[in-house]
Design a protein around this ligand. Structure first.
Ligand code: RB5
Length: 148
């Protein structure tokens, strides 16, 4: 796979998994901007989801990775940003389908719900799967601008 630009962040519940995913991404040659957190103190996940979402919407990076305890708070926050399609992933089928059908651009993981090997398999599948386009374009357009 050619090198990709990514942004990554976690709260305290996702820190360990974030560190392992970050190391694997960099070892694979990807360019990754790390927006924290870097310590084990309790922090608020929206403060970490936001800079990753903004790195995507500004065009600075192609994909994002967000990790909290469940992945859910990060996804809820990221999906409030226009143009962001964040999905919580638990298996490689979800990772493949959300890229192929939803053109998802942020992969979210639960540091308390998923092991590192499964998370890494999901992330590699997510990054390697192209968006299918076609009928899915119409549906994605309706996410951004629901019919009146
Ligand atoms: C933090 O305790 C926890 O709520 C957070 O990591 C995440 O799971 C929220 O969705």
């Amino acid at each position: 796979m050619s090198p990709l630009s990514l942004a990554i962040a976690a709260d305290h519940g996702g820190l360990d998994l974030k560190r392992q995913l970050l190391a694997a991404l960099r070892a694979a040659g990807h360019q990754v901007t790390d927006f924290g957190t870097d310590g084990s103190e309790s922090v608020d996940y929206p403060d970490y989801a936001r800079p990753v979402a903004e790195a995507l919407t500004s065009g600075a990076v192609r994909f994002g990775v967000l990790v909290c305890g469940s992945g859910i708070g990060m996804a809820i926050t990221a999906n409030r940003h226009r143009g962001i399609r964040a999905a919580v992933l638990h298996n490689t089928t979800e990772a493949r389908l959300t890229r192929a059908h939803n053109d998802a651009n942020i992969a979210c993981f639960g540091g308390r719900t998923l092991g590192v090997e499964v998370a890494l398999d999901c992330l590699l599948t997510f990054l390697a799967t192209p968006y299918e386009g076609g009928r899915h374009d119409r549906r994605i357009a309706k996410i951004e601008r629901p019919p009146a």
